[in-house]
Design a binder for this molecule. Sequence first.
Ligand code: NAD
Length: 498
Amino acid sequence: MKRIEHIIGGEHTSGESTRTGAIFNPATGEQTGEVVLASEADVNAVVATAKKAFESWSSVPPAKRAQVMFAFKGLLEKRADDIASAISAEHGKTHPDALGEVARALEVVEFACGIPHLLKGEFSRNVGTAVDACADRHALGVVAGITPFNFPTMVPLWMIPMAISCGNTFILKPSERDPSAANLIVELLHEAGLPKGVCNVLHGDKVAVDGLLHHPDVQAISFVGSTPIAEYVYKTGTANGKRVQALGGAKNHMIVMPDADIDQAVDALMGAGYGAAGERCMAVSVAVPVGEETADRLVKALAPKVAALKIGPSTDSDADMGPVITQAHKDKVLGYIDAGIKEGADLVVDGRGFTLQGYENGYFVGGTLFDRVTPDMSIYKDEIFGPVLSVVRAESYDVAVDLINKHEYGNGTAIFTRDGDAARNFIDRIQVGMVGVNVPIPVPVGYHSFGGWKRSIFGSHGIYGPEAVHFYTKLKTVTMRWPTGIRAGAEFNFPSNG
Ligand code: NAD
């Protein structure tokens, strides 16, 4: 059985940890390893290491930091297959899906390669007579990232490249359910020439998170995970004087207009609803066909495809999706399907009985489709995070928009239509942070920024892209008067630009 340790100052170590967490293969239900869980002493050790490394790393020229990113990009490309295998072994997603995750992570590394340009300051000559002003951005110090299980490579790499390129030092606290990919990434960063101590991995659970949230030498926290924990991290971190961005859960709706190409909409819903077994924060979990006729056509076309989903372990190259992450999560998803039936939704395809020969102990749930779901049902209100798609029939476009705008989450949404006017109106009115027009999973590219609205985010900054430069730096503005001023004698009036 493998044992996953922290990486502190470039060294693999168990530190003072006496507790461990089990790592499972979700396809078989077998334990494949254990991960050390940090103690308070480990938090102190990793923060001290990162603080020390900040002294030199923060003054390394941005162009030299960019060189590390260039080398890292090459290594990620070369090792993409190994990283994808490490992800799939613990997460359960298919190998091509895991490769897709690595490809999206690479975009952020590529963006970070341009850090000298991104950190360029502003200069204004003669803001007053013989007075000049300049502004530039400075690293914060030690920053930490706390990440979820569902993208064990992509989400850490939404944070690390930008944070360290900006001159900060970093502590990653990955999900304890699939911790191996994090170590692989940080090993590759060291191979790329990153000085030891600049990027560290602290494995753990609530003890590690709370230690980071309360440590006075941690300047900022980036969090991605479920909404209750995001809110807790935001409130606790900010109460301790830290800058916090905390991205939470989602319930993403896709409107299907009467003029949409139904085949395209169905393909989009299959990928966005069931890919990665629905364990994506940008998964579409609610389809909103407009009009009864659209709804009938949509459900009729969806049902056979959902029933025919190919489900298997990540090693099966034909599989469309794999298992969910744990037995507890499987039970939770099955519980929601039971609740949906009790609450009166029409169960069109039932995934509860699914089993796979040879993988009877795996955490598989079959693709599930509900029709005639209504906004009062728990399967509509809650994020299920499983392969369960709900169809909510809307009598008009306005009702569909209103439905989305009233939901507590506002991460992603999409509209499928051939009508530019409807699409434009949707873009204007919808209260959601990431919007797709005939694109079901509108995850922004690496040079834009990612972030939802409402209870899908806490804090004022989206993650990666230009927003990351602002989140991971603080502004310094200098006003300079040359060459007279002091030499001409003291001034007692409030300075003006005269
Ligand atoms: P989670 O909230 O359970 O865990 C996220 C992190 O918080 C992990 O590192 C975990 O160790 C830590 N944690 C868990 N419980 C804690 C506690 N009580 N106190 C302190 N720390 C705690 O989330 P998850 O199940 O790993 O991931 C799935 C969730 O993440 C879903 O809700 C999904 O929508 C969300 N997510 C959101 C985005 C986004 O960008 N908005 C992206 C990916 C995932």
